[in-house]
Design a protein around this ligand. Structure first.
Ligand code: PMP
Length: 364
């Protein structure tokens, strides 16, 4: 019989490292029953293409079966589309799933994982879940990565560096010379992850394509996703390109069967329907220019953005601003005390947001 005493544990022993780790906070949905537009999660406002919907529906007919664990057909399609060898590719449960695998593959207690701050909010969470130490290097006053400071912050314990370009939530992207200079300074045993979740929205020609950069650099891994430009956020599928040891580690650490067959087939259909999807991206990029220009005219400071969102640094006014936007029918993403990130949506949604932003400025 188990002894009973006042020392009886009250539940399973959880790792102390989990204490104090903040939970991932998703962008707020519109209130139930409201007609507000959701501009809080950098989603694609367009519904699925008919061909993508057909592929997903066909795959759904056999969801009593496990998916292809190796994602073979998707890897072949990605390899052809991006001219990357299959052995350099890995898929995952969204690019955030791959990011988590990368941390788990490289870092544990005593190791450091570095990233700019503010950046994608999953980085500190997945770092601390692995028991590793986050090293956060502040953005420059212009809301860009401070790559010199990051290079200087590398220690003998640095195992992985996330470089988010374009950066979530500021939208700023890194030009080739600055990125190459930084990569030249990072020791070759430190993995640099170029998180290019928003790559398809980049129009600045000085910003390099990570898939060209990684080829000559065995310590670079490029992260891409089907969630943004391709509009499959709800299906959870992303991919990475890296040299073989890193790609192999990703395959080893991935959750088995983590990418559903529906997601795999929808991703393949999206690559086939890429032309139509990239036209939608172009329309969003045009809306991005319009939104930013209008905000600048209204008197806001808005960093140049290469992503599908804009960033307003509002400090203490952030939550009031977000509430005003919600009341006007546009739900944005507040980062309390810092600023608000506003996804570029359909024209009507952007108009509602712009009107709320103008009203907020006038009220100051
Ligand atoms: N990286 C960045 C920079 C992001 O903003 C996001 C999503 N917000 C992701 C990765 C993860 O996207 P997903 O897991 O849907 O691929």
């Amino acid at each position: 019989m188990r002894p009973t005493s006042s020392q009886e544990p009250t539940g399973p022993r959880l790792r102390p490292a989990l204490e104090g780790i903040p939970s991932y906070r998703p962008g707020r949905p519109a209130a139930p029953g409201s007609v507000a537009y959701k501009l809080s999660s950098n989603e694609n406002p367009y519904p699925p293409l008919p061909g993508v919907m057909e592929a997903a529906t066909a795959a759904a007919a056999s969801f009593n079966r496990y998916p292809d664990m190796m994602c073979s057909a998707l890897l072949t399609a990605l390899s052809e589309r991006f001219s990357v060898p299959v052995t350099h590719l890995a898929t995952g449960t969204g690019s955030v799933g791959i990011a988590q695998s990368l941390v788990q593959s490289t870092a544990g207690p005593g190791d450091e994982v570095m990233y700019a701050w503010r950046s994608f909010e999953a980085y500190p969470i997945i770092t601390r879940i692995a028991g590793a130490t986050p090293v956060e290097v502040p953005l420059t006053p212009g809301e860009e990565h401070d790559l010199d400071a990051m290079a200087e912050a590398v220690t003998g314990r640095t195992r992985l560096i996330f470089v988010c370009t374009p950066n979530n939530p500021t939208g700023t992207a890194i030009a080739r010379p600055a990125l190459e200079r930084f990569l030249d300074r990072v020791p070759s045993d430190v993995l640099v992850v170029l998180d290019e979740a928003y790559r398809e929205f980049v129009r600045d020609e000085r910003v390099p394509d990570g898939l060209e950069i990684y080829r000559d650099r065995p310590n670079v891994c490029v992260l891409r996703t089907f969630s943004k430009a391709y509009g499959l956020a709800g299906l959870r599928v992303g991919f990475a390109a890296a040299h073989e040891p890193v790609a192999a580690a990703l395959r080893k650490t991935a959750v088995p069967f983590g990418v559903s067959q529906i997601a795999q087939d929808a991703a393949i259909a999206s690559l086939r329907g890429e032309e139509a999807l990239l036209e939608r991206v172009a329309a969003l990029v045009a809306e991005r220019s319009r939104v930013r220009s209008e905000l600048l005219e209204q008197g806001w400071t808005v960093p140049p953005t290469e992503a599908n969102f804009v960033w307003l640094r509002l400090g203490e006014d952030t939550e009031e601003f977000a509430a005003a936007c919600s009341a006007a029918g546009a739900v944005v993403r507040p980062f309390p005390g810092e600023g608000a990130r506003v996804t570029i949506g359909e024209r009507e949604a952007n108009d509602l947001f712009l009107k709320a932003a103008a009203g907020f400025r006038k009220g100051r």
